[in-house]
Design a protein. Structure first.
Length: 71
């Protein structure tokens, strides 16, 4: 029986490690936003308008399911 598909494991692991390293390099300069510093940052939208976000702490009601933000 002839093997048509063969994985060269050495090349696979070298390419995998280089790919992980590449993703690490291109994403390490991105800043992660937390709720502690969200009001200190200035944000720019696609129309080049600048704005800041004011954070106000409010008391949550016990019987309401609040959505979780994607920050």
């Amino acid at each position: 029986m002839i093997r048509i598909f063969y994985i060269n494991w050495y090349s696979f692991f070298v390419a995998f490690i280089l790919g992980i390293f590449y993703v690490y390099i291109i994403t390490k300069d991105r800043k992660h936003i937390t709720f502690n510093d969200i009001s200190k940052n200035v944000y720019i939208d696609e129309h080049k308008d600048c704005y800041k976000i004011d954070v106000i702490n409010v008391k949550c009601l016990d019987n309401v399911d609040y959505p979780v933000p994607f920050i």
